[in-house]
Design a protein around this ligand. Structure first.
Ligand code: FAD
Length: 420
C-alpha cells in the first residue's frame, strides 16, 4: 500500500485545516487527504442563507481548491481501519498506509431517525438549514408565512453548532416582526433538552429575545415523526416524573434539526468510544489507545462545542502533536476546548458566545460577551468566511497558536504559568 507520513480521513473544515497547519510547520511531509466529495461546504453561513442574509453560492467551493497545495487528494471514501497494521481500508477495497493518522470525517445527520421526515423534507412547509439544498427553502417559507404556526426543533445533544436551531427561530421572527405579521404567527421551539443554551451566561440575553418575539419554549420535547401531508409534528414529551407521552402539533412551517452521531464506519471501528465518537484525550487530541492516531472536528469525542471555531484552535494542536510523534517525542500542545457560537438574535446583531471546557468564557475581544452587538454580526457575516477560507484553511493561525507544555515532565509543576 502507498504510505504517507500523515494520512487524513475527511477533507472538511477539520481535515483541510489540519493539513494546512502541518504543511506550514513542515512543508516536506508526505500528506494525503481521503475525501470522496468534489465539493467543500462552509456550513456556518447556512443559518444566514436561511434568513436571506448570505449568498448560498459562497458557501460551496470545489474540493480541489480548498485542499492545501502540496497535499495529495485521494478521491475515495474510507470504510474501515486496521490500526495494528497502520492501514486505512477504502470503500473500493484499496488500502493506504500511514505513519500517523488524522480521523476527521465529521458527523452524520440522522434524518431517518425521525419517521416520515425524509419523504417530506423540502415540501409541505418542512425545511432545515442543516442542508445546503434546503437553506434557501427556509427563507422562502419565512417570506410566505403570514399567519399560523411555525415550529423549530432541536434534537438531543451533541449536535454541530448547538445554537443553530434557535438562530433559525430568531432570524425568522425578526423577519416577521419587520413585516408586521409576527403577532399573527405562533412561534415555538421544541427542544429535546432542558435548557435554552448550555452556557448559563448567555441564557438571559437570549431569553430577552424569546420574550420580545413572543416565542414559546417547549423543553424535553423531542421530534419523533412528521406527517407532511397533514402538516403534523409528533413529539415525545418527557414530564418531570420521567413519563413520556406523545403530543401531536399542527404546523404551517417546520424547521427541523435532526439527531446527529458519528458516521457508521467510525462507530464500528476500533477508534470509537462507548457513544461512537473517536476516543481522544481532550487536551492533546491524541487517541487514547492508538498513539499515532489523532482526531479533531465534529467526530472527536472531546466535549467542546462542535463548531468550525473549535477546529480553528484544534488544527494547530493536532499539527504540533503529530510532528512531535513523527520526531519520536511526546505531544506537548494542549487544546482548551475553545468553541464559538455566534447567536444571531436579530438581523444585524449577534451574541458572540465563545467558551471552552466546562463552560469557561474565552472571549476574543475585551467586551461583555453577553451583549448583542453589531460588530459581532459583521464578524459572523463578513469576517468569518475570510477567517475560514483564507486563514484557517491556509494554515495562518491568527490568534490560534497552541499552548505548549514544556518538554520535561517534571518542569510542569514548576512552571507558574500552568497553575491556572
Ligand atoms: P465537515 O466540515 O462536515 O467535513 C467532513 C468531511 O468528511 C466532508 O467533506 C465529508 O465529505 C468527509 N467524509 C465523510 N465521510 C467520509 C469517509 N467515509 N471518508 C472520507 N471522508 C469522509 N460552526 C461554527 O464555528 N460557527 C457557526 O456559526 C456554525 N453554524 C453552523 C450552522 C449549521 C446549519 C451547520 C450545519 C453547521 C454549523 N457549524 C458552525 C458547524 C461547522 O460547520 C462544523 O463544526 C465543521 O464543519 C466541522 O468540521 P469537520 O471537518 O469535522 O466536518
Amino acid at each position: 500500500a502507498t504510505s504517507f507520513d500523515v494520512l487524513i480521513v475527511g477533507g472538511g473544515a477539520a481535515g483541510c485545516a489540519a493539513a494546512a497547519s502541518l504543511r506550514k510547520r513542515r512543508p516536506d511531509l508526505a500528506i494525503a487527504i481521503v475525501e470522496p466529495s468534489d465539493k467543500h461546504y462552509y456550513q456556518p453561513a447556512w443559518t444566514l442563507v436561511g434568513a436571506g442574509a448570505f449568498d448560498r453560492a459562497r458557501t460551496e467551493r470545489p474540493m480541489a481548491r480548498v485542499i492545501p497545495k502540496g497535499v495529495r487528494w485521494i478521491r475515495a471514501a474510507a470504510a474501515a481501519f486496521e490500526p495494528e497494521r497502520n492501514l486505512v481500508v477504502l470503500e473500493d477495497g484499496g488500502r493506504l498506509a500511514y505513519r500517523t493518522l488524522v480521523v476527521a470525517p465529521g458527523l452524520t445527520l440522522r434524518w431517518n431517525a425521525i419517521e416520515g421526515l425524509a419523504e417530506t423534507l423540502g415540501r409541505n412547509g418542512v425545511t432545515s438549514n442543516y442542508l445546503f439544498d434546503l437553506a434557501p427553502y427556509t427563507f422562502q417559507l419565512v417570506q410566505g408565512l403570514r399567519g399560523g404556526r411555525a415550529i423549530f426543533t432541536q434534537p438531543p445533544m451533541p449536535i454541530k453548532c448547538a445554537g443553530a436551531p434557535q438562530k433559525a427561530l430568531y432570524l425568522s421572527c425578526d423577519y416577521w416582526r419587520r413585516q408586521g405579521v409576527l403577532s399573527k404567527i405562533e412561534v415555538e421551539l421544541d427542544n429535546a433538552g432542558a435548557v435554552l443554551f448550555g452556557v448559563g451566561t448567555f441564557v438571559p440575553p437570549l431569553m430577552k429575545y424569546v420574550e420580545a418575539y413572543g416565542a414559546r419554549l417547549a423543553f424535553n420535547s423531542n421530534l419523533k415523526a412528521v406527517d407532511g401531508a397533514k402538516r403534523e409534528a409528533h413529539f415525545d414529551v418527557k414530564a418531570a416524573d420521567g413519563t413520556v407521552s406523545r403530543v401531536v402539533k399542527p404546523f404551517d412551517m417546520l424547521h427541523v434539526v435532526p439527531p446527529q452521531s458519528a458516521p457508521d464506519f467510525i462507530q464500528a471501528s476500533p477508534f470509537a468510544d462507548a457513544a461512537g465518537w473517536v476516543d481522544v484525550d481532550q487536551e492533546t487530541l491524541r487517541h487514547k489507545r492508538y498513539g499515532n492516531v489523532f482526531s479533531l472536528g465534529d467526530v472527536a469525542s472531546a466535549p467542546n462545542a462542535k463548531t468550525a471555531a473549535a477546529v480553528r484552535k484544534q488544527a494547530p494542536v493536532v499539527a504540533e502533536n503529530i510532528i512531535a510523534i513523527l520526531d519520536g517525542k511526546s505531544p506537548r500542545a494542549i487544546y482548551d476546548g475553545y468553541g464559538s457560537c455566534p447567536l444571531t438574535v436579530e438581523k444585524g446583531k449577534v451574541v458572540l458566545a465563545e467558551f471552552g471546557y466546562g463552560g469557561k468564557l474565552l472571549p476574543t475581544f475585551p467586551l461583555d460577551p453577553a451583549v448583542p452587538r453589531r460588530l459581532a454580526w459583521w464578524l459572523k457575516a463578513d469576517f468569518m468566511p475570510t477567517l475560514y477560507f483564507d486563514f484557517m484553511l491556509k494554515g495562518r493561525e491568527w490568534l490560534a497558536a497552541p499552548k505548549l507544555l514544556p518538554h520535561e515532565p517534571q518542569a510542569r509543576a514548576e512552571d507558574p504559568s500552568l497553575d491556572d
